[in-house]
Design a protein around this ligand. Structure first.
Ligand SMILES: [Zn+2]
Length: 244
């Protein structure tokens, strides 16, 4: 976090969809003019995820800022695999705008403003833990959670851990994804989540198996409720959202 001003100096804010350096008057202070239309089209509206598209259990609900299309996938890959971790901040800010109606910053690099009354009452933000604990990849859920916590003024704690090895979800079909993650998470020893309302953060929700398994671990440990949020949800793209 302390490195942020330094990073911003060396890496001017860029459009997360195309990597162009953003002008001072960029739309939403987040995108270049060329990507602004696409960004609007790909918003998940309303953000709440329909149960018909996912296999949720235990979770109180879930929401996404965008549909998981090729454009959004590339942006997420840029964070995770091509080491552009500063996009995590841009994407977390978009979650604040799309999910809770935060006011976008005036200029790139600013901070969205959130009406405290607009915020459902959460006690704690928890990122979905890394699937490969030893990996050196920047962990997107963790980075998103930190930025959300900063703007929402909520604590962030990495209370979850994997209890066994799981396969990468993308290699599995729907049925096996649920099996793959079921009972695979637990609350770490010494972490107390009793009675807490938790905001669980992941980068992408596909079947919902991972966030549901995390929610189950949290509720077993005494959490009052768990709501999951992500950048993008993998769903059938509504007709009006498809590109012409
Ligand atoms: Zn762009």
């Amino acid at each position: 976090m302390t490195r942020e001003p330094l990073l911003a100096f060396f890496f001017p804010r860029r459009c997360p969809f195309c990597n162009r350096v953003l002008p001072y008057n960029a739309p939403q202070a987040a995108f270049c003019a060329a990507c602004a239309e696409t960004e609007k089209r790909l918003r998940h509206e309303p953000p709440r995820l329909p149960k018909t598209e996912h296999d949720f259990y235990v979770l109180h609900g879930a929401a996404a800022a965008y549909y998981y299309t090729e454009e959004v996938r590339r942006t997420i890959l840029a964070c995770k695999e091509y080491r552009h971790p500063w996009y995590a901040r841009e994407l977390a800010d978009r979650m604040l705008v799309c999910l809770w109606g935060a006011e976008p910053p005036r200029h790139p690099g600013g901070r969205p403003t959130l009406e405290p009354s607009a915020l459902p009452r959460y006690d704690l933000i928890v990122p979905v833990p890394p699937r490969e604990p030893d990996s050196h990849d920047p962990e997107l859920p963790r980075m998103l959670a930190r930025r959300l916590g900063e703007v929402m003024a909520l604590p962030v704690r990495e209370v979850l851990e994997l209890t066994r090895k799981i396969q990468p979800q993308k290699t599995l079909d729907r049925e096996h994804r649920l099996q793959n993650t079921k009972n695979a998470y637990a609350v770490r020893k010494g972490e107390d989540v009793e009675g807490l309302r938790i905001l669980l953060v992941d980068d992408v929700i596909t079947t919902g198996g991972t966030v549901s398994a995390c929610a189950q671990a949290l509720v077993r440990a005494g959490s009052a409720e768990v709501f999951a949020v992500c950048i993008a949800a993998s769903e059938t793209l509504p007709k009006e959202k498809q590109s012409k």
